[in-house]
Design a protein around this ligand. Structure first.
Ligand code: ADP
Length: 261
């Protein structure tokens, strides 16, 4: 009997090893497919501005020397499409970084100040109105540069996809520091919300092309928020507006605090 028992236990173990192996292979396959999809999307996205640059450069060669108006139009297009390519490449490199090896530098960050700094940057660059409702003395223990990058992506999107004022609220809510970025713009259809953070995903290709979007901003935002252990919640209504909410746990390993002064 003992022998039979042993052989049954052996079979179970083998089956378990087999299942684990299958799961690993499935995960590898999914990863591989995602990687292939990324490369194919990336090539397509890079090819489009390159085609525009190529045709304008040819136009410049043919008619640019005799027609100043055409020369200017062509050079403007070449500059703007090269900038688009530069942004795309920078974002792709950001996503290609191996997350296991990135160093993260945690320190005490004055969140109230950081939010004011980031909005000021955008206000000056794009002449947009930001309404700030920020509790004073909010501090978080986090990686300042990465949090700034995350906030910049969300605030810049609020600017790109709306024309009205943008409201930025920050305060303590239950056990979190909550940051809400609210715009009164085009909104996002409900069925598209689950895809928003996918690489290269855009709600309406044509509309967003005008804004110079790449569809990579929110994918980077998602990776940053995972790294910083921040939850992102999106609420949106078409033609009413969108709110992106960041939840930073207050008592998470006692990492974050609110000054009582
Ligand atoms: P993009 O570079 O195109 O802005 P993102 O990854 O940042 O790419 O965003 C993905 C898509 O989500 C955008 O193309 C846009 O369709 C939609 N989106 C993001 N933020 C907003 C917003 N605040 N309001 C409306 N749509 C938004």
């Amino acid at each position: 009997y003992e022998k039979i028992d042993e052989s049954i236990a052996g079979k179970d173990e083998l089956a378990e090893i087999g299942r684990t192996f299958n799961h690993m292979m499935e995960a590898l396959e999914t990863n591989y497919r995602k990687q292939q999809q990324f490369v194919s999307n990336a090539s397509h996205e890079l090819k489009t501005p390159l085609t525009v640059i190529d045709s304008y450069a040819k136009l410049l060669l043919r008619r640019g020397f005799t027609n100043e108006k055409i020369a200017k139009e062509a050079l403007d297009a070449i500059v703007s499409e090269s900038n688009r390519m530069k942004d795309l490449i920078a974002q792709m490199l950001e996503l290609a970084k191996n997350k296991e090896y990135v160093s993260i530098s945690i320190g005490k960050v004055n969140l109230s100040q950081l939010l004011k700094d980031v909005t000021l940057q955008l206000k000056q660059a794009y002449n947009r109105e930001f309404q700030l409702q920020i509790e004073p003395s909010l501090f978080v223990n986090t990686d300042e540069q990465r949090l700034k990058q995350l906030l910049y992506i969300l605030l810049d999107n609020a600017r790109k996809y709306s024309d009205d004022k943008i409201v930025l609220k920050a305060g303590v809510e239950n056990n979190n520091i909550s940051i809400a970025i609210q715009d009164f713009g085009v909104g996002i259809p409900e069925e598209q919300l689950p895809h928003l953070f996918d690489r290269f995903y855009r709600v309406k290709e044509d509309r967003n092309r005008k804004t110079g979007g790449t569809g990579l901003g929110l994918a980077i935002a998602k990776e940053l928020s995972d790294l910083l252990q921040i939850e992102i919640i999106v609420e949106s209504e078409i033609n009413v507006g969108t709110t992106f909410r960041l939840m930073i746990p207050l008592n998470y390993n006692e990492r974050n605090e609110v000054d009582s002064q």
